[in-house]
Design a protein around this ligand. Structure first.
Ligand SMILES: Cc1cc2nc3c(=O)[nH]c(=O)nc-3n(C[C@H](O)[C@H](O)[C@H](O)COP(=O)(O)OP(=O)(O)OC[C@H]3O[C@@H](n4cnc5c(N)ncnc54)[C@H](O)[C@@H]3O)c2cc1C
Length: 392
């Protein structure tokens, strides 16, 4: 019987499994779908620029502290994952440009600037000449005044989600983690206030128990259904995000481009892949792409980057982000069971927050002190009774 069983094999479940295994725990991961169907595989992999000074509870919010804690851990994880698995997860401090192409986006950038100043995130307002020097691909858009305002954030980072997931999976297997794919967790077996087993349904619809000493639910957008079986009411709404993929000359675009509207971006990879995202749609568990969204995102790139105009996109996909009523993740103990934990609701930042979440959950499961107080992200925190609409 393993010490720990993790339900969910996305970036959150795999990161927790890897961290527990590194601490000497025997771990099983049970996942319903293949990785390609998770939000994690679909992610863009942007890690917004963080302040170089440490955020404390005096100058930042709990989520800002968790983000910085996670961001710093990513550097170490990237190094150790490469050493353990030989897989380069694409972690690069490539920097970004926050650009405004509309008046509305320009005023959003002003609000963003206030936040960067408050947190002391390194940023620089760019003149039209600066924009063309730093990002020559935007020279045409600057000349035609399509780009009205831009800031440079040198510390913004990217990671390649499918590669990071492959590295996590490989590291888990090397550390003895057992991974059960295509197994749907249906319910839980209790002995008094402890979960003794989860019942999984395999491909032949046979129900099998998996016993463990401790359990953690990390089932992303599907967590709500499972938690209901544990008498926990936690709205975890799926928010669909679509992404379009082009292939351009490597180096054609040097930085991540974030549009001041908040949700749209372009991410250039080292090998010339160019991701254009995204949407935020409330369409239930439908993870298909739509022609209207893909054509809007294509236009975004066509308008700014002449080199993309000559090309057809090479692929597209969508994933379901796990939302939460107050936009915060829920990370901590499950009140209705003595030996169960929960890590879900990471919405637009699950990749970024995965390392900090893994450390907090592993500390708690191993009975060690946690870097941050878990009640900030608990199921009974203030704010969870609000609407199911996450904030930006
Ligand atoms: C288009 C898009 C772009 C994004 N961009 C970014 C970004 O740039 N930066 C960033 O940090 N984040 C980004 N995100 C958000 C990030 O991807 C998510 O927050 C994160 O992947 C959530 O991870 P998860 O492990 O909780 O969920 P998932 O990756 O969805 O994994 C959940 C897992 O639970 C399993 N599961 C569910 N129910 C059951 C069950 N009953 N039994 C067994 N297994 C079950 C599923 O099969 C799946 O493996 C993006 C998301 C999308 C969709």
């Amino acid at each position: 019987m393993p010490d720990c069983c993790i339900v969910g094999g996305g970036v959150i479940g795999l990161s927790i499994a890897r961290e527990l295994a590194r601490r000497g725990r025997s771990v099983s991961v049970v996942s319903r779908n293949t990785l390609r169907k998770s939000a994690s595989w679909a992610a863009g992999g942007i890690f917004p620029a963080q302040p170089r000074d440490t955020i404390t509870d005096r100058n930042g919010t709990p989520i800002e502290r968790l983000t910085q804690y996670s961001d710093r851990l990513h550097e170490q994880w990237t190094k150790s994952l490469l050493e353990e698995t030989g897989i380069d997860n694409g972690f690069r401090r490539c920097g970004s440009l926050a650009v405004a192409t509309t008046e509305e986006a320009a005023s959003q950038l002003q609000a963003d600037e206030q936040k960067w100043k408050r947190l002391r995130v390194k940023h620089e307002s760019l003149s039209p000449t600066d924009i063309s020097d730093i990002e020559p691909a935007l020279r045409g858009a600057v000349a035609t005044r399509q780009v009205r305002r831009a800031f440079y954030l040198p510390d913004e980072t990217q990671v390649r989600p499918p590669r990071h997931l492959a590295a996590l999976r490989s590291a888990c297997l090397t550390n003895g983690v057992e991974i059960f794919d295509s197994h749907h967790v249906r319910n839980f077996e209790f002995d008094s206030s402890r979960i003794v087993a989860i019942n999984i349904e395999d491909r032949d619809s046979t129900l099998l128990p998996i016993c463990a000493d401790q359990f953690c639910i990390a089932a992303g957008a599907w967590s709500e259904q499972l938690l209901q079986k544990l008498d926990i009411k936690l709205p975890t709404k799926p928010w669909r995000g679509q992404i379009l993929l082009h292939k351009v000359k490597p180096g054609m675009l040097r930085h991540i481009i974030n549009f001041g509207s908040g949700f749209d971006y372009m991410i250039p990879r080292d090998d010339g892949h160019l991701l254009i995202g995204s949407t935020i749609e409330d369409v239930g568990f439908d993870s298909s792409t739509t022609p209207s969204a893909l054509s809007r995102m294509n236009k975004l790139a066509y308008d700014l980057l002449p080199d993309v105009r000559a090309q057809e996109p090479i692929s597209s996909w969508a994933g379901l982000r796990p939302g939460s009523p107050d936009g915060l993740p829920t990370v901590g103990r499950i009140p209705s069971a003595d030996n169960a934990w929960l890590a879900t609701g990471h919405y637009r930042s699950g990749f970024h927050l995965s390392t900090g979440t893994a450390h907090l959950i592993s500390d708690s499961m191993c009975g060690s002190p946690t870097e941050m107080q878990l009640d900030l992200f608990s199921t009974d925190r203030a704010g969870l009774n609000g609407s199911a609409q996450p904030t930006k």
